[in-house]
Design a protein around this ligand. Structure first.
Ligand SMILES: *[C@@H]1O[C@H](CO)[C@@H](O)[C@H](O)[C@H]1NC(C)=O
Ligand SMILES: *[C@@H]1O[C@H](CO)[C@@H](O)[C@H](O)[C@H]1NC(C)=O
Ligand SMILES: *[C@@H]1O[C@H](CO)[C@@H](O)[C@H](O)[C@H]1NC(C)=O
Ligand SMILES: *[C@@H]1O[C@H](CO)[C@@H](O)[C@H](O)[C@H]1NC(C)=O
Ligand SMILES: *[C@@H]1O[C@H](CO)[C@@H](O)[C@H](O)[C@H]1NC(C)=O
Ligand SMILES: *[C@@H]1O[C@H](CO)[C@@H](O)[C@H](O)[C@H]1NC(C)=O
Length: 482
């Protein structure tokens, strides 16, 4: 830690005009700004020298990392860091260092606060350490002959391997996740996990996927490499137009899961995780545990659509005692919200819509909670309503038999983005069947088919879902629900 302090302070010395805000928010915006200030201060600071300095601050400059990326001291590039430092500069450099340390050094406190993570504009949370490792590996891939598989091992497979091993050793049920929520999504400072932590929290997994994706992009891209701040900016801070993700660049954060699935097929991931454990001479039983762990990972992080949890969009607690469902259910009922009538294209907009709908359902309708089980934004995400366990208030007289999924917008005359249609048609349904929330032979229906007097989910959307494989004509759930 001492040497890390010295080299970062030295690095800061090169940044003469850095203005440090008194309070550092834990979001990509502030992190990118800090990186930008380093870049602006000196033309000689290469992306590689920045990520190498931050590797130390992250506390992951260990033997394993060094075996892939090399030791920092032996590298001549770090010479630019060996400049002079004075007492004056040390005071504010320390504050800068504290920022990087808090922003990058990943661990979970006893109070289940996860550190070393930042909120991204799409509403997900990312651990910076594996992200930066992936970028560093990508920048060096050519010169060091790193194989893409090494990159996956470094960014994610090792995390999964350690977590599966630990869960196996301790007979713990937690081998993946959980996600968490920020204290305040406009000024995030504290990230609290939603349950007992595994060694592979959602933020580490998100950061590991992003690190691999950006690393591979850098290893394939032409030199000179883009500035680090530009790379992160284009991946996390892009603006979606009306067409949502349908017209967005390929390499943007809401596409994390689909991109990662293309990059690392499940069989390769399993092979890489097993390779990591090779030195430990795993027993057959442990290998089996790893296989199950990878299957669980594929289900939760690749098959299932990305979901913004209730606490993250700012849900109020339900009023009254919820009615439990008894999955697997037979029906998926499709809705449009009609109001809000415009598709939501950002995390903040979709979250505002969720809060408004919940307020309306609780206060005007007198329901316990937002009526829908799940809501689909056009930002690439689904939003958790009542979820898989609790009965909703979406489809009169049918709420016990199915889940209600609503697309934000008015789809009487136009369709949701292809991307959000696919999330429900392919991702959500597959996820729910594998996890046994929905029956394999479930039926998809529009709200209007089973409740008289509504045009929901709108003419356009209704005619779209009538082409889906699980769509069926009206039938009474009572006929077979014993
Ligand atoms: C160290 O700092 C002094 C004054 O602040 C400067 O004149 C000198 O060039 C610096 N040395 C290096 C190696 O940057
Ligand atoms: C699992 O147990 C083995 C042997 O008992 C030990 O060497 C290893 O450090 C443990 N690993 C974890 C991640 O708990
Ligand atoms: C979040 O932080 C912002 C800026 O400090 C503040 O205006 C807002 O009231 C906070 N929101 C909540 C829910 O505390
Ligand atoms: C939804 O769109 C249809 C067709 O464009 C329109 O007739 C209807 O008034 C809209 N509903 C609302 C609530 O805006
Ligand atoms: C659907 O599957 C369930 C059990 O998996 C079975 O009981 C039911 O008869 C099937 N329904 C149809 C319509 O095939
Ligand atoms: C199904 O049966 C229940 C209980 O008999 C009844 O309350 C409900 O209205 C019925 N639903 C439909 C769609 O027939």
């Amino acid at each position: 830690m001492k040497t890390a302090t010295v080299s970062l302070i030295a690095l800061m010395w090169t940044c003469v005009n850095i203005q440090i805000a008194a309070v550092h928010q834990r979001d990509t915006d502030h992190f990118i700004q800090a990186i930008q200030q380093i870049e602006d201060s000196s033309l000689e600071v290469s992306p590689l020298s920045i990520v190498r300095s931050l590797r130390r601050a992250a506390g992951h400059d260990n033997a394993f990392t060094q075996s892939f990326l090399g030791a920092i001291d032996s590298d001549s590039e770090s010479d630019i860091l060996k400049t002079n430092h004075s007492r004056d500069i040390e005071a504010w450099s320390l504050e800068f260092l504290r920022f990087f340390d808090k922003a990058i050094h990943n661990f979970v406190t006893d109070a289940r606060e996860e550190r070393g993570v930042v909120l991204t504009p799409d509403g997900t949370t990312v651990a910076l350490a594996p992200l930066l490792q992936g970028i560093e590996a990508g920048l060096k891939a050519r010169s060091q002959g790193l194989h893409p598989q090494d990159l996956h091992l470094l960014t994610l497979a090792r995390t999964l391997g350690l977590s599966f091993l630990h869960a196996y050793n301790t007979s713990s049920a937690e081998r993946l996740g959980p996600d968490g929520c920020w204290d305040n999504i406009t000024a995030p400072m504290v990230f609290k996990l939603l349950g007992a932590p595994s060694l592979a929290t959602d933020a580490l997994i998100n950061g590991g996927m992003d690190g691999a994706l950006l690393g591979v992009r850098l290893s394939e891209g032409a030199e000179p490499h883009p500035k680090l701040s530009e790379l992160l900016q284009s991946y996390y801070h892009f603006q979606l137009g009306e067409a949502g993700l349908d017209k967005a660049p390929r390499l943007v954060s809401p596409r994390r899961r689909e991109n990662y699935r293309k990059l690392v097929p499940p069989s390769l991931l399993e092979e890489t995780v097993l390779k990591f454990l090779e030195d430990r001479h795993p027993s057959e039983e442990l290998k089996k545990a790893v296989k199950e762990g990878v299957q669980d990972f594929v289900l939760r992080y690749l098959d299932c659509p990305p979901m913004i949890p209730r606490c993250q969009w700012g849900a109020q607690t339900p009023k009254g005692i919820p009615v439990r469902l008894s999955p697997p259910l037979r029906f998926l009922y499709i809705h449009h919200t009609e109001i809000p009538s415009s598709p939501c294209l950002t995390f903040h907009q979709c979250s505002r819509n969720m809060r408004a709908m919940q307020r309306f359902h609780q206060e005007e309708r007198g329901w316990q909670d937002i009526g829908y089980s799940f809501v689909v934004g056009s930002d690439g995400y689904m939003y958790e309503g009542r979820g898989w366990g609790r009965q909703g208030a979406h489809t009169r007289n049918h709420n016990a038999f199915g889940y209600g999924v609503a697309f934000v917008g008015n789809y009487s005359a136009s369709l949701p983005t292809q991307h959000s249609l696919n999330l429900v048609r392919h991702r959500l349904a597959k996820c729910a069947v594998t996890a046994r929330f929905l029956q394999a032979n479930h039926t998809v229906q529009g709200h209007r088919q089973v409740v008289a007097g509504t045009t929901c989910p709108g003419d356009a959307l209704y005619s779209e879902i009538s082409t889906w494989e699980h769509y069926r004509e009206a039938e009474s759930p009572n006929a077979t629900a014993s």
